[in-house]
Design a protein around this ligand. Structure first.
Ligand SMILES: Cc1ncc(COP(=O)(O)O)c(C=O)c1O
Length: 413
C-alpha cells in the first residue's frame, strides 16, 4: 500500500514507542517531554526563545482558535485567508464571529496572490493568514510582508503542512506561526498543534490558558493508532490489512481527523484541549528523525521533478509534505491507481475542504477565487515520504492514466 493520506509518517519504531506507552498511563498527562518538545521546536526554527514563545495545543485548529480569541478582535473583523485551504483554518474564525475574506492563489506555490489580496482589503482587515501550502514558501512572501507592515496587520504564518523555516528574524511586530502535528502532517503525534509567536502579552495569555486535558480514552486511541496503522500498511496488499482497517473503524478505534460536526461547518470543541505528555513523547521521537525524513522528502520530490516530463514549475530542494500535480484526468488517475493500492491525495478538492462543507455557510461566494477553484478540480497529491521504488510505481500509473498529453498546469492556464 502506498498512500498520501493514510499514516504517511508512521513507521515501526513509532509504533513500538506508542505501544509501550499504552501500558504507562502515569506518563500520559504530565511529564518532562512537553518542555523537551518546546526546546526541540525552537532548535528547528533556529530562533532564540528570548523573542519567540511557544504554546502547545491538542490540534492546530485549537491553537488558531485561542490565538484569534486573544488578539483583541471585534465581531465582524476580517481575517484574510487564502482559498485552497481546509476547514481547520476557517471554522475557528467563524466560531469567533470573525469574517474570513478569501484571497485567490497563484499557480506556482499555491499561496496568496498579492494582486487579489490588494483587491480584497478593507478597513476591517486585522489579520492575514499566510499559508505555506504543502510546505512551499509562498513565492510572493516578501511582497505580502510589506503589505502586512503597511496595513498594520497581524501575521499568522500557517506552516501546518511542514516546518521549513530557518533562521527566523521577524520584522513584523505581531508575528505568529501555526503548527500542526496531526497524523497527515510532516511531524505526527496523531494530534497536536502549536503557536510560536513574538508578541509577549498574547503568548503569555496562551501559555496561561490551563485547558482541560483530553480524556484517557482519547489518549488511548491516539496511542493505539500507530501500531494499528502499521499492521494495516504491512498487510494491506494481502487483504488482511483491509479487514483490520474495517474492524478498527467499526469499533471506533480511530478518532476521525475531521469530525461529523466539522464536516457540517461547525467548530468542534472536542479538540479544544491541552497537549498531553503522551503525544509529546510520540512527537519527540518524530523530531529525532525529522532531518532524515526531510532529506528523503527532498530526494523524492527531485525524483518526481526529473521523471515527470514538462512540469511547468518544478519545485526543487524543498521537503514537500505532498507533491502537487495537476491533471484534467484527476479522478480517473486516482481511481485507477487505487486499484493497485496506490492512494493519491486530493488536497484540496474544494476551496475550503472537505467537499461536504457548505461554502455559503462559511462565507465563500462562488467565483470569487477562480484560480483556486480551477486548481481544486485538477490537483493530485503524490506522497513524498516513500521509497524511490514506490515513487517509480506512482509515476508509472500517473503517466499511463494521464495519457501523456493532458497532465500539467498547461491544461490549466
Ligand atoms: C493548512 C492547514 N492549516 C492548519 C491545519 C490545522 O491542523 P490540525 O489538523 O492540527 O487542526 C490544517 C489541517 O489539516 C491545514 O491543512
Amino acid at each position: 500500500m502506498i498512500s498520501s493520506d493514510f499514516a504517511p509518517n508512521e513507521n515501526w519504531d513509532d509504533a513500538w514507542i506508542s505501544f509501550k506507552l499504552l501500558f504507562q498511563p502515569w506518563r500520559w498527562y504530565y511529564g518532562k517531554e512537553i518542555k523537551k518538545v518546546k526546546q526541540k521546536l525552537f532548535n528547528l526554527f533556529k530562533i532564540s526563545n528570548l523573542k519567540f514563545k511557544i504554546a502547545l495545543f491538542l490540534t492546530g485548529r485549537a491553537a488558531l482558535y485561542h490565538l484569534l480569541k486573544n488578539l483583541n478582535l471585534k465581531p465582524g473583523d476580517e481575517i484574510l485567508v487564502q482559498a485552497f485551504t481546509c476547514e481547520a483554518v476557517v471554522l475557528p474564525i467563524i466560531a469567533l464571529k470573525l469574517k474570513p475574506v478569501y484571497v485567490d492563489i497563484e499557480p506556482q506555490s499555491f499561496s496568496m496572490n498579492p494582486i487579489d489580496l490588494q483587491k480584497k482589503l478593507t478597513e476591517k482587515a486585522k489579520v492575514l493568514i499566510l499559508q505555506h501550502t504543502f510546505g512551499i514558501t509562498p513565492i510572493h512572501k516578501e511582497t505580502i510582508l510589506s503589505f502586512i507592515k503597511k496595513h498594520n496587520l497581524v501575521l499568522i504564518e500557517d506552516i501546518a503542512h511542514n516546518i521549513n523555516i530557518k533562521n527566523q528574524q521577524s520584522k513584523i511586530k505581531k508575528h505568529f506561526f501555526l503548527l500542526s502535528f496531526g497524523r497527515s502532517k510532516a511531524l505526527s503525534s496523531v494530534f497536536g498543534g502549536a503557536i510560536v509567536g513574538n508578541e509577549k502579552k498574547v503568548m503569555k495569555k496562551l501559555k496561561d490558558l490551563n485547558l482541560n486535558q483530553p480524556s484517557y480514552s482519547f489518549i488511548f486511541k491516539c496511542l493505539l493508532y500507530k501500531p494499528i496503522v502499521m499492521l494495516i500498511k504491512l498487510t494491506y496488499n494481502i487483504f488482511i490489512g483491509k479487514m483490520i482497517h474495517k474492524a478498527a473503524n467499526f469499533l471506533g478505534l480511530f478518532i476521525p481527523e475531521i469530525t461529523y460536526q466539522e464536516k457540517k461547518g461547525i467548530f468542534d470543541l472536542t479538540f479544544n484541549k491541552a497537549y498531553p505528555n503522551a503525544l509529546a513523547i510520540l512527537l519527540l521521537h518524530q523530531l529525532k528523525k525529522f532531518d532524515l525524513m526531510q532529506k528523503n522528502r527532498i530526494q523524492i520530490c527531485d525524483f518526481y521533478n526529473k521523471n515527470i516530463p514538462n512540469l511547468p514549475h518544478p519545485i526543487s530542494n524543498i521537503p514537500l509534505l505532498r507533491y502537487p500535480f495537476l491533471s484534467k484526468n484527476r479522478n480517473i488517475i486516482i481511481q485507477k491507481a487505487a486499484k493497485y493500492n496506490i492512494f493519491l491525495g486530493k488536497w484540496y478538492d474544494q476551496v475550503v475542504a472537505p467537499k461536504s462543507l457548505d461554502l455559503q455557510k462559511i462565507g465563500y461566494s462562488q467565483g470569487s477565487c477562480p484560480n483556486a477553484q480551477k486548481v481544486c478540480e485538477q490537483i493530485i497529491n503524490l506522497p513524498t515520504n516513500v521509497k524511490i521504488k514506490e515513487a517509480k510505481e506512482i509515476i508509472k500509473y500517473l503517466l499511463l492514466y494521464s495519457k501523456h498529453a493532458l497532465y500539467s498546469k498547461h491544461a490549466l492556464y
